[in-house]
Ligand binder design. Structure first.
Ligand code: APR
Ligand code: ZN
Ligand code: ZN
Length: 375
Protein backbone atom coordinates (compact mmCIF):
# COMPACT_ATOMS: atom_id res chain seq x y z
CA UNK A 1 0.00 0.00 0.00
CA UNK A 2 2.96 2.32 0.55
CA UNK A 3 4.88 1.26 -2.61
CA UNK A 4 5.49 4.14 -5.00
CA UNK A 5 4.47 6.72 -2.38
CA UNK A 6 6.43 9.02 -0.10
CA UNK A 7 6.52 7.56 3.45
CA UNK A 8 6.42 9.91 6.44
CA UNK A 9 8.16 8.36 9.45
CA UNK A 10 10.38 8.96 12.45
CA UNK A 11 14.16 9.30 12.16
CA UNK A 12 17.04 10.41 14.39
CA UNK A 13 18.44 13.39 12.49
CA UNK A 14 21.99 14.61 13.10
CA UNK A 15 21.79 18.38 12.39
CA UNK A 16 25.33 19.12 13.57
CA UNK A 17 28.12 17.46 15.62
CA UNK A 18 28.45 17.77 19.41
CA UNK A 19 24.72 17.80 20.09
CA UNK A 20 22.15 15.05 20.73
CA UNK A 21 20.37 13.41 17.79
CA UNK A 22 16.90 14.78 17.26
CA UNK A 23 13.88 12.55 16.59
CA UNK A 24 12.02 14.18 13.70
CA UNK A 25 9.32 13.36 11.19
CA UNK A 26 11.01 12.89 7.80
CA UNK A 27 9.84 12.07 4.28
CA UNK A 28 11.34 9.03 2.55
CA UNK A 29 10.90 9.04 -1.25
CA UNK A 30 10.21 5.78 -3.11
CA UNK A 31 13.22 3.83 -4.42
CA UNK A 32 14.44 4.68 -7.93
CA UNK A 33 15.93 2.13 -10.34
CA UNK A 34 18.28 -0.33 -8.58
CA UNK A 35 17.29 0.96 -5.15
CA UNK A 36 15.49 -0.70 -2.24
CA UNK A 37 13.30 0.84 0.48
CA UNK A 38 13.70 -0.99 3.80
CA UNK A 39 11.71 -0.94 7.06
CA UNK A 40 14.43 -1.01 9.73
CA UNK A 41 13.57 -3.36 12.62
CA UNK A 42 16.75 -3.29 14.75
CA UNK A 43 19.90 -1.19 14.65
CA UNK A 44 23.07 -1.16 16.77
CA UNK A 45 24.88 1.84 18.23
CA UNK A 46 28.46 1.73 16.88
CA UNK A 47 31.67 3.65 17.64
CA UNK A 48 31.84 4.86 14.01
CA UNK A 49 28.48 6.69 14.32
CA UNK A 50 29.86 8.30 17.46
CA UNK A 51 32.94 9.48 15.52
CA UNK A 52 30.56 11.67 13.47
CA UNK A 53 28.69 12.91 16.56
CA UNK A 54 31.94 13.79 18.34
CA UNK A 55 33.16 15.73 15.29
CA UNK A 56 36.15 13.38 14.75
CA UNK A 57 35.03 12.87 11.12
CA UNK A 58 35.15 16.38 9.73
CA UNK A 59 34.59 15.96 5.96
CA UNK A 60 30.92 15.04 6.29
CA UNK A 61 27.74 16.84 5.19
CA UNK A 62 24.92 17.83 7.57
CA UNK A 63 22.11 17.20 8.25
CA UNK A 64 22.40 13.45 7.89
CA UNK A 65 20.94 10.20 9.21
CA UNK A 66 23.58 8.01 10.87
CA UNK A 67 23.42 4.26 11.61
CA UNK A 68 24.98 1.43 9.58
CA UNK A 69 24.59 -1.77 11.69
CA UNK A 70 21.02 -2.98 11.15
CA UNK A 71 18.50 -5.52 9.96
CA UNK A 72 15.08 -4.95 8.42
CA UNK A 73 12.41 -5.95 5.91
CA UNK A 74 12.10 -4.83 2.28
CA UNK A 75 9.08 -2.50 1.84
CA UNK A 76 9.43 -1.94 -1.92
CA UNK A 77 12.00 -2.14 -4.70
CA UNK A 78 12.82 0.09 -7.66
CA UNK A 79 12.95 -0.92 -11.30
CA UNK A 80 15.61 -3.48 -12.22
CA UNK A 81 16.02 -4.96 -8.73
CA UNK A 82 15.98 -8.71 -9.33
CA UNK A 83 17.41 -10.28 -6.16
CA UNK A 84 15.00 -8.77 -3.60
CA UNK A 85 11.25 -8.42 -3.11
CA UNK A 86 8.90 -6.87 -0.54
CA UNK A 87 8.84 -8.90 2.69
CA UNK A 88 12.42 -10.20 2.40
CA UNK A 89 14.55 -9.96 5.54
CA UNK A 90 17.72 -8.02 4.77
CA UNK A 91 20.93 -6.54 6.19
CA UNK A 92 22.16 -3.20 4.77
CA UNK A 93 25.85 -3.21 3.74
CA UNK A 94 28.09 -0.23 4.57
CA UNK A 95 30.77 -1.97 2.48
CA UNK A 96 28.80 -2.62 -0.73
CA UNK A 97 29.70 -5.22 -3.36
CA UNK A 98 29.06 -3.99 -6.92
CA UNK A 99 30.62 -7.16 -8.36
CA UNK A 100 32.24 -5.22 -11.22
CA UNK A 101 35.06 -3.00 -9.92
CA UNK A 102 38.73 -4.06 -9.66
CA UNK A 103 38.35 -4.97 -5.97
CA UNK A 104 35.11 -6.88 -6.48
CA UNK A 105 36.57 -9.04 -9.28
CA UNK A 106 39.67 -9.81 -7.17
CA UNK A 107 38.91 -12.74 -4.85
CA UNK A 108 41.36 -11.31 -2.30
CA UNK A 109 39.80 -7.86 -1.86
CA UNK A 110 36.50 -6.65 -0.43
CA UNK A 111 36.99 -2.90 -0.75
CA UNK A 112 34.38 -2.13 -3.43
CA UNK A 113 35.01 1.20 -5.19
CA UNK A 114 31.38 2.22 -4.44
CA UNK A 115 32.00 2.47 -0.68
CA UNK A 116 31.09 5.89 0.77
CA UNK A 117 33.13 5.62 3.99
CA UNK A 118 36.14 7.92 3.69
CA UNK A 119 34.61 9.88 0.79
CA UNK A 120 31.44 10.78 2.73
CA UNK A 121 29.51 12.05 -0.32
CA UNK A 122 26.36 11.21 1.66
CA UNK A 123 24.28 10.32 -1.40
CA UNK A 124 23.11 7.23 -3.28
CA UNK A 125 24.80 6.15 -6.54
CA UNK A 126 22.63 8.56 -8.56
CA UNK A 127 24.17 11.39 -6.45
CA UNK A 128 20.94 12.35 -4.65
CA UNK A 129 19.29 11.45 -1.35
CA UNK A 130 15.75 10.11 -0.71
CA UNK A 131 15.37 11.85 2.68
CA UNK A 132 13.90 15.29 3.43
CA UNK A 133 13.09 16.95 6.76
CA UNK A 134 11.39 20.33 7.22
CA UNK A 135 11.75 20.89 3.49
CA UNK A 136 15.53 20.33 3.48
CA UNK A 137 17.39 17.39 1.94
CA UNK A 138 18.99 15.10 4.53
CA UNK A 139 22.19 13.23 3.60
CA UNK A 140 22.86 9.49 3.83
CA UNK A 141 25.64 7.91 5.88
CA UNK A 142 27.85 4.98 4.90
CA UNK A 143 25.51 3.88 2.05
CA UNK A 144 23.02 2.74 4.71
CA UNK A 145 21.44 5.34 7.15
CA UNK A 146 19.64 3.05 9.56
CA UNK A 147 18.59 5.40 12.42
CA UNK A 148 15.18 5.76 10.74
CA UNK A 149 12.01 3.71 10.45
CA UNK A 150 12.51 3.58 6.66
CA UNK A 151 15.64 4.00 4.56
CA UNK A 152 16.48 3.71 0.85
CA UNK A 153 19.73 2.06 -0.27
CA UNK A 154 21.34 1.01 -3.57
CA UNK A 155 20.76 -2.65 -4.34
CA UNK A 156 24.54 -3.30 -4.13
CA UNK A 157 24.37 -2.17 -0.47
CA UNK A 158 21.77 -4.61 0.87
CA UNK A 159 21.48 -8.39 0.94
CA UNK A 160 18.69 -10.89 1.54
CA UNK A 161 19.13 -13.14 4.59
CA UNK A 162 17.46 -16.34 5.83
CA UNK A 163 13.74 -15.83 6.70
CA UNK A 164 14.28 -17.43 10.16
CA UNK A 165 16.95 -14.89 11.18
CA UNK A 166 16.19 -13.01 14.44
CA UNK A 167 16.64 -9.40 13.29
CA UNK A 168 17.30 -8.07 16.82
CA UNK A 169 20.46 -10.22 16.94
CA UNK A 170 21.75 -10.57 13.37
CA UNK A 171 21.86 -6.78 13.01
CA UNK A 172 25.34 -7.10 14.56
CA UNK A 173 26.43 -9.04 11.47
CA UNK A 174 26.06 -5.68 9.71
CA UNK A 175 29.17 -4.35 11.49
CA UNK A 176 30.79 -5.22 14.84
CA UNK A 177 30.57 -9.00 14.81
CA UNK A 178 31.60 -9.52 11.17
CA UNK A 179 34.45 -7.02 11.44
CA UNK A 180 36.07 -8.71 14.45
CA UNK A 181 35.28 -12.33 13.60
CA UNK A 182 36.40 -11.92 9.97
CA UNK A 183 39.66 -10.28 11.02
CA UNK A 184 40.58 -13.55 12.74
CA UNK A 185 39.13 -16.27 10.50
CA UNK A 186 39.30 -14.51 7.16
CA UNK A 187 41.99 -11.80 7.15
CA UNK A 188 44.58 -13.33 9.51
CA UNK A 189 43.46 -16.93 8.83
CA UNK A 190 44.31 -17.97 12.40
CA UNK A 191 45.55 -21.58 12.52
CA UNK A 192 44.62 -24.26 15.10
CA UNK A 193 47.01 -24.42 18.05
CA UNK A 194 48.27 -20.86 17.58
CA UNK A 195 48.75 -18.04 20.10
CA UNK A 196 46.83 -14.77 19.59
CA UNK A 197 46.94 -11.33 21.25
CA UNK A 198 43.90 -9.03 21.02
CA UNK A 199 44.49 -5.36 21.94
CA UNK A 200 41.20 -3.68 22.92
CA UNK A 201 38.25 -5.62 24.36
CA UNK A 202 35.25 -3.64 23.07
CA UNK A 203 32.57 -5.20 20.86
CA UNK A 204 34.92 -5.59 17.92
CA UNK A 205 37.82 -6.98 20.01
CA UNK A 206 35.49 -9.53 21.65
CA UNK A 207 34.38 -10.59 18.16
CA UNK A 208 38.05 -11.11 17.22
CA UNK A 209 38.31 -13.40 20.27
CA UNK A 210 35.24 -15.37 19.07
CA UNK A 211 36.99 -15.81 15.70
CA UNK A 212 40.31 -16.91 17.25
CA UNK A 213 38.46 -19.50 19.32
CA UNK A 214 36.41 -20.83 16.38
CA UNK A 215 39.70 -21.08 14.40
CA UNK A 216 41.15 -23.31 17.15
CA UNK A 217 43.74 -20.98 18.72
CA UNK A 218 45.08 -22.55 21.92
CA UNK A 219 46.08 -19.29 23.67
CA UNK A 220 44.13 -16.05 23.33
CA UNK A 221 45.56 -13.15 25.34
CA UNK A 222 43.31 -10.09 25.84
CA UNK A 223 44.91 -6.70 26.52
CA UNK A 224 42.99 -3.66 27.81
CA UNK A 225 43.60 -0.62 30.04
CA UNK A 226 40.21 -1.29 31.63
CA UNK A 227 40.34 -4.53 33.66
CA UNK A 228 36.52 -4.48 33.95
CA UNK A 229 36.56 -5.82 30.38
CA UNK A 230 38.33 -9.05 31.38
CA UNK A 231 35.44 -11.25 32.66
CA UNK A 232 33.50 -10.88 29.42
CA UNK A 233 36.65 -11.48 27.33
CA UNK A 234 37.19 -14.76 29.21
CA UNK A 235 33.54 -15.74 28.65
CA UNK A 236 34.13 -15.38 24.90
CA UNK A 237 37.36 -17.41 24.92
CA UNK A 238 40.32 -15.35 26.15
CA UNK A 239 42.62 -17.71 28.06
CA UNK A 240 44.47 -14.84 29.81
CA UNK A 241 43.98 -11.08 30.14
CA UNK A 242 46.59 -8.46 30.97
CA UNK A 243 46.47 -4.74 31.76
CA UNK A 244 49.46 -2.65 30.55
CA UNK A 245 49.04 -0.50 33.70
CA UNK A 246 50.14 -3.48 35.84
CA UNK A 247 53.64 -3.55 34.29
CA UNK A 248 56.55 -1.14 34.38
CA UNK A 249 57.93 -2.27 31.01
CA UNK A 250 56.50 -2.04 27.49
CA UNK A 251 53.62 -4.44 26.92
CA UNK A 252 55.30 -6.03 23.87
CA UNK A 253 58.18 -7.13 26.13
CA UNK A 254 55.71 -8.67 28.56
CA UNK A 255 53.99 -10.51 25.72
CA UNK A 256 57.15 -11.81 24.05
CA UNK A 257 58.34 -13.12 27.43
CA UNK A 258 55.00 -14.86 27.99
CA UNK A 259 54.86 -16.48 24.53
CA UNK A 260 58.29 -17.93 23.63
CA UNK A 261 59.41 -14.85 21.60
CA UNK A 262 56.05 -13.56 20.42
CA UNK A 263 52.50 -14.38 19.39
CA UNK A 264 51.52 -15.90 16.04
CA UNK A 265 48.75 -13.34 15.51
CA UNK A 266 48.27 -9.84 17.00
CA UNK A 267 45.16 -7.70 16.47
CA UNK A 268 44.88 -3.96 17.15
CA UNK A 269 41.21 -3.24 17.83
CA UNK A 270 41.41 0.25 19.33
CA UNK A 271 42.56 2.70 16.65
CA UNK A 272 45.71 3.88 18.51
CA UNK A 273 48.84 4.02 16.34
CA UNK A 274 51.15 3.51 19.36
CA UNK A 275 49.26 0.31 20.20
CA UNK A 276 49.53 -0.77 16.53
CA UNK A 277 53.34 -0.68 16.88
CA UNK A 278 53.12 -2.57 20.20
CA UNK A 279 50.98 -5.22 18.51
CA UNK A 280 53.53 -5.57 15.70
CA UNK A 281 56.43 -5.95 18.15
CA UNK A 282 54.44 -8.48 20.22
CA UNK A 283 54.28 -10.79 17.22
CA UNK A 284 57.04 -13.34 16.58
CA UNK A 285 60.03 -11.84 14.69
CA UNK A 286 60.08 -14.60 12.08
CA UNK A 287 56.48 -15.64 11.57
CA UNK A 288 54.12 -13.23 13.40
CA UNK A 289 51.16 -11.65 11.63
CA UNK A 290 49.57 -8.38 12.81
CA UNK A 291 46.15 -7.17 11.69
CA UNK A 292 45.03 -3.55 12.10
CA UNK A 293 41.28 -3.47 12.79
CA UNK A 294 40.91 -0.20 14.75
CA UNK A 295 40.38 3.05 12.85
CA UNK A 296 43.10 5.59 13.73
CA UNK A 297 42.30 9.33 13.88
CA UNK A 298 42.86 11.32 10.66
CA UNK A 299 46.56 12.24 10.14
CA UNK A 300 47.91 9.83 12.81
CA UNK A 301 51.05 7.96 11.73
CA UNK A 302 52.79 4.74 12.76
CA UNK A 303 56.55 4.53 13.06
CA UNK A 304 58.80 1.53 13.59
CA UNK A 305 62.20 0.13 12.62
CA UNK A 306 61.69 -1.59 9.22
CA UNK A 307 63.90 -4.42 10.47
CA UNK A 308 60.76 -5.47 12.39
CA UNK A 309 59.29 -6.56 9.04
CA UNK A 310 62.54 -7.62 7.32
CA UNK A 311 62.91 -10.52 9.73
CA UNK A 312 59.63 -12.01 8.51
CA UNK A 313 56.73 -10.35 10.29
CA UNK A 314 53.59 -9.53 8.29
CA UNK A 315 51.54 -6.35 8.87
CA UNK A 316 48.10 -6.01 7.31
CA UNK A 317 44.69 -4.46 7.80
CA UNK A 318 41.11 -5.41 7.03
CA UNK A 319 37.85 -3.52 6.70
CA UNK A 320 34.63 -5.39 7.55
CA UNK A 321 36.73 -8.44 8.39
CA UNK A 322 37.70 -8.84 4.75
CA UNK A 323 34.25 -10.24 3.93
CA UNK A 324 32.76 -9.74 0.48
CA UNK A 325 29.53 -8.41 1.88
CA UNK A 326 26.85 -9.62 -0.58
CA UNK A 327 28.40 -13.11 -0.74
CA UNK A 328 29.34 -13.60 2.88
CA UNK A 329 26.74 -11.85 5.08
CA UNK A 330 23.96 -14.39 4.27
CA UNK A 331 26.40 -17.23 5.09
CA UNK A 332 27.27 -15.64 8.45
CA UNK A 333 23.54 -15.36 9.21
CA UNK A 334 23.12 -19.09 8.44
CA UNK A 335 26.13 -19.89 10.68
CA UNK A 336 24.34 -17.97 13.46
CA UNK A 337 21.02 -19.77 12.88
CA UNK A 338 22.85 -23.14 12.84
CA UNK A 339 24.64 -22.17 16.08
CA UNK A 340 28.12 -22.43 14.52
CA UNK A 341 28.69 -18.92 15.88
CA UNK A 342 27.13 -17.06 18.80
CA UNK A 343 27.52 -13.43 19.75
CA UNK A 344 24.39 -12.76 21.84
CA UNK A 345 26.67 -11.80 24.75
CA UNK A 346 27.82 -8.72 22.84
CA UNK A 347 24.36 -7.20 23.31
CA UNK A 348 24.48 -5.70 26.80
CA UNK A 349 21.57 -3.26 26.35
CA UNK A 350 18.37 -3.01 24.33
CA UNK A 351 16.41 0.24 24.08
CA UNK A 352 13.46 1.61 22.12
CA UNK A 353 14.59 3.70 19.13
CA UNK A 354 13.42 6.95 20.81
CA UNK A 355 16.12 6.46 23.49
CA UNK A 356 18.95 6.52 20.95
CA UNK A 357 20.86 9.28 22.76
CA UNK A 358 20.93 7.11 25.90
CA UNK A 359 22.50 4.36 23.78
CA UNK A 360 25.34 6.72 22.81
CA UNK A 361 25.83 7.79 26.45
CA UNK A 362 26.25 4.13 27.49
CA UNK A 363 28.89 3.68 24.77
CA UNK A 364 30.82 6.83 25.77
CA UNK A 365 30.84 5.87 29.44
CA UNK A 366 32.25 2.42 28.55
CA UNK A 367 29.19 0.78 30.17
CA UNK A 368 27.85 -1.00 27.11
CA UNK A 369 29.40 -3.38 24.62
CA UNK A 370 26.51 -3.09 22.19
CA UNK A 371 23.13 -1.40 22.53
CA UNK A 372 20.50 -2.60 20.04
CA UNK A 373 17.63 -0.19 19.32
CA UNK A 374 14.28 -1.62 18.31
CA UNK A 375 11.95 0.24 15.93
N1 APR B 1 45.67 0.03 25.46
C1 APR B 1 44.82 -0.99 25.71
N2 APR B 1 43.47 -0.88 25.62
C2 APR B 1 42.96 0.32 25.28
C3 APR B 1 43.80 1.43 24.99
C4 APR B 1 45.21 1.26 25.11
N3 APR B 1 46.05 2.24 24.84
N4 APR B 1 42.99 2.48 24.67
C5 APR B 1 41.72 2.03 24.73
N5 APR B 1 41.70 0.74 25.10
C6 APR B 1 40.53 -0.15 25.24
C7 APR B 1 39.31 0.49 25.88
O1 APR B 1 39.36 0.39 27.29
C8 APR B 1 38.15 -0.34 25.30
O2 APR B 1 37.83 -1.46 26.10
O3 APR B 1 40.10 -0.50 23.93
C9 APR B 1 38.71 -0.86 23.95
C10 APR B 1 38.02 -0.27 22.72
O4 APR B 1 36.68 -0.64 22.71
P1 APR B 1 35.45 0.27 22.16
O5 APR B 1 35.76 1.70 22.40
O6 APR B 1 34.21 -0.33 22.70
O7 APR B 1 35.56 0.09 20.58
P2 APR B 1 34.99 -1.00 19.55
O8 APR B 1 33.55 -0.71 19.23
O9 APR B 1 35.34 -2.39 19.97
O10 APR B 1 35.84 -0.61 18.27
C11 APR B 1 37.25 -0.66 18.29
O11 APR B 1 37.43 -0.88 15.92
O12 APR B 1 35.96 -0.69 14.15
C12 APR B 1 36.88 -0.04 14.93
O13 APR B 1 36.08 2.27 14.89
C13 APR B 1 36.29 1.14 15.70
O14 APR B 1 38.48 2.00 16.05
C14 APR B 1 37.40 1.33 16.69
C15 APR B 1 37.83 -0.09 17.03
ZN1 ZN C 1 30.18 0.04 12.91
ZN1 ZN D 1 32.79 -3.14 -6.42
Amino acid sequence: ATAGKVIKCKAAVCWAPKQPLSIEEIEVAPPKAHEVRIKIVATGVCRSDDHVLSGAISNIKYPLILGHEAAGIVESVGEGVTDLQPGDKVIPLFAPQCGKCRSCVNPDSNLCYKIDIGKYDGVLLDKTTRFTCKGKPVYNFASTSTFTEYTVVDDIAVVKIHPDAPLDKVCLIGCAFSTGYGSAVNAAKVKPGSTCAVFGLGGVGLSVIIGCKVAGASRIIGIDLNSNKFPKAKEFGATECINPKDYDRPIHEVLTAMTDDGVDYAFEVIGNTGVMTSALLSSHFGCGKTVIVGVAPANATMSFDPLALLTGRVLMGALFGGWKSKNDVPKLVCDYINKKINFDGLITHTLPFEKINEGFELLRKGESIRTVLSL
